[in-house]
Write a protein that binds this ligand. Structure first.
Ligand code: GLU
Length: 289
């Protein structure tokens, strides 16, 4: 089977150092496996998006020498597919409407305990849709971090596939799209270790072969916060990309000797594809920028 990897940014702002690390890591892993590297814009949550961020992200990838294969997929164009799957599950009873608010769930200990599972709610108004979990995933194997255990209360929690506000849930969209795009391995930031169990459970519910996972170091700032578009992490410099590229490559464990400091962006990327190996990645899940 040939390798297909991907980078799947949400257009909630321009790329920052943390997302550049995820883009580069997934690119190096795909290219060193003679694979394809696809890009998918995860524009699933309009209130959190910034108009034009998608094209800024794509331009940034080009400035850093990361050329994707094929055309870019947009989640905003996939609503019919997500809804059709939800309808199928609602019809078969695998999914159900849930009235519980976040506040109620918090009050009952922070986890959803199946309160609405047998209520047979027919009216979707002010309801989320939950998937009745039938495949319990207690752990998974990460290519870098080995066996990762899923926190027990999450294992059998019926999770949301469509939110009360009508937006499709990330876990459903990401798994349906990874399947649609034929992705064979998922390489992304370690902040997404937590939902991986649910995503594997979704693969099983959809009768799909599982994929492999590699979670890359998460870049945090000096006060320990994850760099994210929400907390306004500094955008990477796309006009003078070299310094950010070198910084991101060092976070990924590359040892860049002095003559590489003179190399062009393209030369650095080509060199990176040749040198890349999972052993070089730092052991810790978090790396300070
Ligand atoms: N869209 C997600 C993000 O930007 C990444 C999803 C994924 O790689 O699975 O954090």
């Amino acid at each position: 089977m040939s390798y297909i990897g991907r980078f799947a940014p949400s257009p909630s702002g321009p790329l920052h150092l943390g997302s550049l690390v995820a883009a580069l890591g997934s690119y190096f892993q795909a290219k060193s496996n003679d694979g394809k590297w696809l890009v998918r814009i995860e524009d699933l949550d309009p209130p959190r998006e910034i108009p034009g961020a998608d094209s800024l992200i794509l331009k940034a990838l080009e400035a850093f020498g990361l050329q994707w294969d094929g055309s870019v997929m947009y989640q905003s164009k996939r609503h019919d597919a997500y809804q059709a799957q939800i309808d199928t599950w609602l019809k078969s009873g695998q999914a159900y409407y849930c009235q519980c608010t976040r506040k109620q769930i918090k009050a009952s200990g922070g986890y959803y305990l199946g309160t609405c599972r047998d209520k047979q709610i027919k009216d979707s108004k002010d309801c989320s849709v939950r998937l009745q979990v039938t495949h319990y995933v207690e752990s998974f194997s990460d290519l870098k971090h080995g066996e990762i255990t899923i926190p027990a209360p999450l294992v059998n929690e019926d999770f949301i596939i469509k939110r009360r506000d009508g937006l499709f849930a990330y876990n459903l969209a990401v798994v349906m799209d990874d399947i649609e795009q034929g992705i064979t391995e998922i390489v992304r930031g370690a902040d997404l270790i937590e939902p991986t169990g649910r995503q594997i459970s979704l693969y099983k519910t959809l009768n799909q072969e599982p994929v492999s996972y590699l979670h890359l170091p998460l870049v945090i700032d000096s006060s320990g916060n994850k760099l994210s578009k929400q907390n306004h992490a500094k955008a990477i410099n796309t006009t003078e990309p070299k310094a950010d590229l070198i910084n991101a490559m060092q976070i990924l464990g590359f040892k860049l000797n002095n003559d590489l400091q003179e190399a062009s962006i393209e030369e650095l990327i080509t060199w990176g594809c040749k040198q890349w190996g999972l052993k070089q990645l730092p052991k810790s899940i978090e790396v300070t920028s």
